[in-house]
Ligand binder design. Structure first.
Ligand SMILES: *Cc1c(COP(=O)(O)O)cnc(C)c1O
Length: 398
């Protein structure tokens, strides 16, 4: 057979994500542990949850883990634990999943959505510094937004797509301005920054999601908060159960943010496989990089740029293309699943119109929202499927 590069691979179906393959590889282990939990009939905050909390904290380089009901609830609990509320502002990237901004607003605080770095897609330290220098002033009790009169109390970077935000810069900014530092690590379990520190280990609190599409996914909703400080960890444990300690005696108003024992049992099994799955994603990313290079599409397709140091866990492999929506429709016709993360930056969401955000406020994020496209990257993909995806993108541009 002639396998010259001009010959296109045969038609295939390449879903964005297929969890059935992963499940097939761990089916017996998972069913056994779920059966054990069913026999125990203890479903709330049992030994599986405690084991998961320890394991994820250790995996992430944190002293404490607090299992919660979702990644969104992890963010909400973190904000509640450091007393974020009305009259305050929280700095966050505009280019992220909705929950980052939604949880800030739900506490009664005002989110301030700032622009991203064009290479990493993560919150831009320069944008944060510029906002503080141009719009804020230091008073005796903290940093204030001069125009709104509200106190700026927290900074919430997101480790988008599985790549750590610039934590050296954010730790320094948070320290020098007295801000709480909350990491949205929902997409980044096991990701490392340039210094080798893991997502969730450097902020006051790290927030993880185990939504099924994340690298470590439950069989439903689940999440976890990490912390280094024992008092903050204890505060989150209490807030997780309505703020009652002892039970039925409430010095705090919390919520029901509990993690199910069944979910924790599944996650404990899956965590043992996570590094192998991450290696699969990294292998796929490297193959995409090589295939795109060979396809010589020049500026028409920009592939993700991983930092030279650090550990990118590729929750997503996101390319940049000018005719993104046309390409996406073409790939769908070819049997290839893709997704847009995210089509509308938060400062332009209708529900946040009251914040006064305008088109043009965050040009880097707005361009990313127009041009980015996530390709299938899950670990079980076959090399021929990746070849097919890149060839389809080459044909679209031919
Ligand atoms: C998935 C995700 C969340 C929310 O997690 P859920 O478990 O779906 O509630 C928050 N932030 C980011 C960046 C996410 O990707």
């Amino acid at each position: 057979m002639n396998s010259s590069p001009t010959r296109s691979p045969a038609r295939q179906t390449v879903p964005l994500l297929d969890l059935k393959l992963q499940y097939a590889s761990i089916r017996d282990e998972v069913l056994a542990v779920m059966a054990r939990v069913c026999e125990q009939q203890a479903f709330i905050l049992g030994p599986e949850v405690t084991a998961l909390e320890r394991a994820v904290a250790e995996y992430s380089g944190a002293a404490h883990g607090i299992g919660v009901s979702s990644g969104t609830d992890a963010l909400l609990l973190a904000l509640m634990a450091v007393d974020i509320g009305p009259g305050q502002e929280v700095l966050a990237p505009t280019f992220t999943f909705f929950a980052t901004g939604g949880t800030i607003a739900r506490t009664g605080a005002h989110p301030v959505f700032l622009d991203i770095d064009p290479v990493s897609y993560n919150l831009s330290p320069a944008a944060v510094r510029r906002f503080i220098a141009d719009s804020c002033e230091r008073r005796a009790d903290g940093l204030y937004n001069r125009a709104s009169g509200r106190r700026v109390t927290a900074l919430m970077p997101v480790h988008l797509y599985g790549q750590c935000a610039e934590m050296d810069a954010f730790v320094e900014i948070a320290r020098s301005h007295g801000l709480h530092l909350i990491e949205d690590a929902a997409q980044a379990i096991g990701a490392e920054d340039a210094g080798g520190a893991r997502a969730g280990s450097r902020g006051d609190i790290g927030c993880f999601s185990f939504f099924p599409t994340k690298n470590l996914g439950a069989f439903g909703d689940a999440g976890l908060c990490t912390a280094q400080d024992p008092e903050l960890a204890e505060r989150m444990r209490v807030l997780r159960v309505h703020g009652g300690k002892p039970k039925y005696y409430h010095s705090l108003i919390g919520g029901n943010f509990r993690l199910d024992e069944l979910q924790a049992a599944v996650l404990n099994i899956k965590l043992r496989h996570l590094d192998a799955w991450t290696a699969g994603r990294q292998r796929n990313a490297a193959q995409y990089d090589a295939l795109f290079k060979a396809a010589a599409l020049g500026d028409r397709v920009r592939t993700p740029i991983a930092p030279p140091r650090g550990r990118h866990i590729y929750n997503q492999y996101v390319i940049r293309v000018a005719r993104r929506d046309e390409l996406r429709a073409y790939l769908a016709e070819q049997g290839i699943g893709t997704e847009i993360y995210y089509p509308v930056p938060l400062h332009l969401q209708q529900c946040f119109a009251y914040l006064g955000g305008r088109a043009g406020d965050c040009p880097v994020a707005e361009a990313a929202a127009r041009e980015s496209l996530a390709l299938p990257i899950f670990p079980e993909l076959q090399p021929a499927q990746l070849e097919y995806v890149v060839d389809a993108i080459r044909r679209f541009h031919a």
